[in-house]
Design a protein. Structure first.
Length: 422
């Protein structure tokens, strides 16, 4: 080989090496690119969902050794924690949007409608998650459809037919019948920031007339229907229909009580049923439509639930998108949707609802019951959730004596927070 040929060979080899290094440095997961993604999952530490998410994340990290995903479980103050972090600019790379990716968080999130997996976005979620430009801002794990979860064996042993629970009066009579057997009819966590609010949220969706909902939407709080909501909860308190350990009970305790037959009903998303199977894989669970306070048809509640958005200020945007794309792979998205106990948020994912499949097939699939949005997400101003939780909590613990004060607090916070949006 001549000196000139040898020189050309060396130059060509060096050039190839540089190009290879540049290529490695630009790829997600490259050993040359080290990044840590903070992911606020919004999931309880012992939940099936978080366990499955952890397994999938480890596989992603193995395939992408340059990326570490720091999975953070939920705290009891998740919503307020995220609010503070957004205000301070200390924003996690990825976070659970808990039903608010569009209305509350979209200005902080990266639009995702142009990602490769986005073509399979479930159109049923469009009203809740897409803006007028067709943009959406979070990867939807599931399409939330919820009712009242129940333990079928507890009801059967108490002589209660779920088909009869079409009114709140019928529900109350059934609950009293169950209580007479020594079982807590309704399990609620007073420790977690959410389950108490769910009681009011589930009931309020069927407490208002169309004209009253229009008043709420226009910025006027209508207190009479909400008084009926809290009066109903106070009546349950008076009849001792809640779990005795309400104040100290966690979300996991709710799942355990359902699984072991120590409770009959839970006002919760279907993840609670999935978590219950950890404590009793043979738990015989289902869900039924929520009765209406106005005498209307029972209904189901739905919309966005488990969805994950990416901060537009993330320093690791490419890696965050790569991770979300990995979660959106059909095999992974199927596992997560099953853990959530809900219909998948992507149309290329096969539904596997496990113990809740029978309820889905008999209640949801035929389309016999209306699907209404979560009351707080549509009819209350941003920031009202904590007020719903605390006022409901005061009624669960204090009964009728706290109803008037609870309604007054709701009205005041409604007016204050609604004014901030104008």
């Amino acid at each position: 080989m001549s000196m000139r040929s040898r020189s050309l060979f060396v130059v060509a080899g060096a050039t190839a090496l540089v190009l290879a290094l540049v290529g490695c440095g630009s790829a997600p997961g490259s050993s040359e690119t080290k990044s840590t993604l903070e992911f606020q999952t919004g999931q309880s530490v012992d939940s099936v969902f978080l366990k499955q998410l952890t397994t999938i994340t480890k596989k992603f990290e193995s395939a992408n050794p340059g990326i570490t995903v720091d999975l953070r479980p939920s705290t009891s103050s998740y919503e307020s924690d995220i609010k503070v972090r957004l205000a301070s600019g200390n924003v996690p790379d990825i976070w659970w949007t808990h039903g608010w990716s569009l209305l509350r968080y979209s200005k902080f999130l990266v639009p995702l409608q142009n990602e490769a997996w986005a073509k399979d976005f479930n159109p049923a979620l469009a009203p809740a998650m897409k803006n007028s430009h067709g943009q959406f801002f979070a990867f939807p794990v599931d399409t939330d459809v919820a009712g009242i979860i129940y333990n079928k064996d507890v009801l059967a042993a108490s002589g209660v037919s779920v088909a009869s629970l079409t009114t709140w009066d019928a529900f109350g009579r059934a609950a009293e019948k169950i209580a007479a057997t020594g079982i807590a009819p309704i399990t609620v966590s007073g420790k977690a920031n959410g389950p108490a609010g769910n009681l009011a949220d589930w009931i309020a969706s069927g407490a208002y007339s169309k004209s009253e909902l229009a008043e709420l939407s226009s910025g006027t709080f209508v207190d009479a229907p909400y008084t009926h909501v809290l009066d109903l909860i106070a009546a349950w308190k008076k009849e001792s229909l809640f779990n005795p350990d309400y104040v100290s009970a966690t979300s996991d305790d709710m799942s355990r009580a359902l699984a072991t037959g120590k409770a009959a009903f839970a006002f919760s998303q279907n993840t609670t049923a999935g978590d219950a199977l950890q404590y009793n894989p043979k738990a015989n669970l289902g869900y039924f439509p929520v009765p209406s306070l106005t005498g209307g048809k029972p209904y189901l509640i739905g919309g966005e639930m488990n969805a994950f958005g990416i901060s537009k200020t993330s320093k690791h945007l490419k890696d965050a998108k790569a991770f979300i794309a990995y979660l959106a792979k059909p095999a992974n998205a199927t596992v997560l949707a099953k853990a959530a106990g809900s219909i998948p948020g992507l149309t290329n994912v096969t539904p596997d609802l496990g113990v809740l499949q029978a309820s889905y097939d008999s209640i949801v699939k035929p389309g016999k019951f209306p699907l209404v949005p979560y009351f707080d997400r549509v009819y209350l101003p941003n920031g009202m959730w904590n007020t719903m939780v605390t006022t409901t909590d005061s009624v669960v613990t204090g009964g009728h004596a706290n109803v008037a004060a609870g309604v007054s607090t709701m009205a005041k916070d409604f007016a204050r927070l609604d004014a901030q949006t104008k």
